[in-house]
Design a protein around this ligand. Structure first.
Ligand code: HEC
Ligand code: HEC
Length: 169
């Protein structure tokens, strides 16, 4: 991991000044018991001979956290990387979401679902504001399943789909 090699290893490879040495299971087990959140705080602030940010103020909180996870895991730990290195999937457009997931009910009005582009049917549902309707769709309401029954739709994809259905385009 580059941050560790470039910054942390200077002390944590050799154990200089009492830095817990990478690979020293006993030392790291004790350190790791504090948990990632508080360790990250300590590493950002510094502790005795451990300089704030490991001495490199350009490092972000996330980089520090990942450096700690790396050192813990090189030292007998099994911490899971909480931050995905993969880019998040691109947001699907309202039109795509509707075609794939909402149209099967909202096209024809199954179970009383307001139809796509039928503004007269949508307007009363928007009386309390768009956010209320959006929350209702996210949580589910009557025979409207939560997120249209698609657990991996993000809140913003659900909102985009609603906008698309109200406008009908
Ligand atoms: C200049 C030397 C030095 C560098 C560079 C350094 N450390 Fe440290 N680190 C220490 C020392 C010394 C300690 C032990 C501090 C003590 O307990 O007094 C320590 C302790 C720690 C601890 C344990 C804190 C605790 O509460 O026990 C963590 C976590 C840590 N370092 C993370 C990092 C990370 C991440 C980096 C790289 C971004 C880094 N360190 C770079 C010297 C360094
Ligand atoms: C299984 C059929 C079904 C699917 C799939 C479906 N809906 Fe619905 N939807 C309904 C029904 C039925 C209602 C009317 C609920 C009521 O008023 O009881 C509704 C109502 C709504 C409302 C109005 C607010 C509310 O809860 O009354 C919104 C907004 C909405 N749907 C959004 C969506 C979106 C966005 C999708 C696709 C991600 C979707 N729906 C997929 C059946 C469905």
């Amino acid at each position: 991991m580059e941050v560790v090699e470039a910054v942390c290893a200077a002390c944590h490879r050799t154990g200089m000044n009492g830095a817990p040495k990478i690979g020293n299971q006993k030392a790291w087990a004790k350190v790791a018991s504090q948990g990632l959140t508080s360790l990250t705080e300590v590493a950002l602030k510094g502790l005795r001979k451990m300089p704030p940010h490991g001495g490199n103020p350009d490092l972000t909180d996330t980089e520090i956290a990942r450096a700690i996870i790396y050192m813990v895991n090189r030292s007998g730990g099994h911490w899971i990387e909480p931050i995905s290195k993969a880019a998040p999937p691109a947001q699907r457009s309202g039109g795509q979401v509707v075609q794939m997931h909402c149209a099967k009910c909202h096209q024809t009005g199954v179970g009383g679902a307001p139809r796509i582009g039928d503004r007269a049917a949508w307007l009363p549902r928007l009386k309390q504001g768009f956010e209320v309707a959006a929350r209702s769709a996210i949580q589910g309401h009557g025979s409207m399943p939560s997120r249209g029954g698609v657990a991996d739709l993000t809140d913003s994809e659900v909102r985009a789909a609603i906008v698309y259905m109200i406008n009908g385009t």
